[in-house]
Design a protein around this ligand. Structure first.
Ligand code: ASP
Length: 443
């Protein structure tokens, strides 16, 4: 059994968290490959090491003294090392880094040092070998991960180093220079390592006990999601639930490796298990897996008689939007009209030019635009097979006098998306959540 374990910045914020991480790793001998993020915030007013490194670079760019910020990073690392009683030669590391910062350091190299140094400390603390990500995570010159080369390199590393720690978030370009991933990229590194080594499971340790059924800022004490499929997670993430770095799903999904989100502060909690398919699926008693949504969408409605028999106007409208690089979120088609839903920020003022263009060139029977729309997705893999799911959903909204402005169904019928006025956003989420949870308790 092999578990690849990734710890996020909040799990590495200070010596106390390092001790928790070591307990977690030592409690299970299959946790042999450890991916480490940069030390994160110790409290609400603190800063992540990665942010401080970006700030150092920004000060340098604008000719403002960066010494205070840089010293802050140095002090935090030294404090942590001393508190843990480690001997990692941070003095030399920082004196080299300082000389680089004073010269022509590349921003990617500088910000990658958060992961590099935190992983260096962790490898000594655990007694695991340190593997530099520059030696086995590879990018091509266009910044895309070179998966094949990377998988091979990691597999070779594992032969020589049965237990290792590797920094997340960065790797090397073909010329050897450090290149970083998008923010939160250590999730991707973890997933790549899990794929390369055919891990039995990829554990992603963070500061929450898994994914919740709804945003706790909107619903009081939402229930955790014990199991979710990759498809469901995509639907929820697409609608604004931020859980994992999006790209991190692909490598593990490709090999059907389950991804378990766990809480470093409550290691006994089972967290959320994300899988391709769920065997003996009873949905953990809930018809709904989760609810997520976002505000501020614009709906463009174009009217044309018998549109379903002549979809040219649909195609042309989409071409106009594409030419303006406006991201389209949903399209719904009726007999005599169709709706295109897009984020209002995307549409901007360009939407008025597009409307004028459609009117002048496509001569629709009518065209209407409406903004301040919120989209809310109710996601549940079991809805496909349980009759009455949508009746319950719409019934709950009707009983609470929530006016639905748009309805769409996601792929594989695992989600139902409703558009409501922005002002009804929170009330809709609460109504759906309570409607489903209460209904289940009663039935
Ligand atoms: N340290 C990086 C960030 O703050 C990468 C990561 O944490 O995964 O985004």
């Amino acid at each position: 059994m092999l578990k690849v374990v990734k710890f996020g910045g909040s799990s590495l914020a200070d010596a106390k968290h390092f001790a928790q991480v070591r307990n977690i790793i030592e409690s299970d001998s299959s946790r042999r490959c450890v991916v480490i993020s940069a030390a994160g915030k110790r409290n609400r007013n603190d800063s992540k090491i990665t942010d401080l490194l970006y700030l150092t670079q920004a000060h340098k760019t604008y000719g403002v003294s960066y010494e205070d910020i840089f010293s802050l990073i140095e002090q935090r690392c030294l404090e942590m090392r001393d508190e843990l009683g480690l001997s990692f030669d941070l003095e030399s590391e920082f004196s080299f880094l300082r000389s680089q910062v004073n010269n022509d350091i590349e921003v990617d190299y500088l910000v990658s040092r958060g992961e590099y140094l935190t992983a260096g400390l962790m490898s000594e603390y655990l007694g695991f070998d340190f593997i530099d990500a520059s030696d086995c995570i590879f990018f091509s010159y266009d910044g895309k991960i070179d998966y094949e080369k990377t998988y091979q390199a990691i597999a070779q590393v594992a032969v020589k180093h049965p237990r290792f720690v590797i920094p997340g978030f960065y790797g090397a370009l073909p010329n050897g220079r450090v290149h970083v991933m998008p923010r939160g990229g250590s999730d991707i590194t973890g997933s790549i390592v899990a794929n390369a080594l055919d891990a039995d499971i990829y554990e992603n340790w963070t500061d929450v006990s898994g994914i919740l059924m709804a945003d706790p800022k909107v619903v009081q004490n939402p229930a955790p999601i014990p199991q979710i499929t990759y498809d469901e997670l995509r639907e929820l993430s697409f609608m604004g639930a931020s859980v994992l770095q999006e790209e991190s799903i692909l490598p593990v999904r490709e090999k059907n490796i389950p991804l378990n989100i766990r809480n470093t502060n409550c290691p006994e909690d089972p967290g959320t298990m994300i899988m391709e398919t769920i065997e003996n699926d009873c949905g953990n008693g809930h018809l709904l897996t989760g609810i997520a949504g976002r505000k501020n969408f614009t709906i463009l409605t174009v009217y044309q008689k018998h549109i379903s028999t002549d979809t040219r106007i649909v195609r042309k409208t989409l071409e106009l939007l594409e030419a303006c690089r406006i991201e389209v979120q949903h399209i719904t088609l009726g007999v005599d009209s169709f709706n295109v839903v897009m984020p209002t920020s995307e549409a901007g003022d360009r939407i008025y030019d597009i409307i004028a263009d459609i009117k002048a060139n496509l001569h629709p029977d009518g065209i209407k635009m409406c903004d301040n729309i919120a989209l809310i997705a109710s996601v549940g893999r079991r809805m496909v097979s349980v009759p009455g799911s949508s009746a319950r959903l719409f019934g709950a909204l009707g009983e609470n006098s929530i006016n639905i402005r748009m309805i769409a169904q996601g792929s594989e019928e695992i989600s139902i998306i409703v558009g409501v006025d922005n002002k009804d956003f929170e009330r809709t989420i609460r109504t759906l959540y309570e409607g489903f949870m209460d209904g289940e308790k009663k039935s």
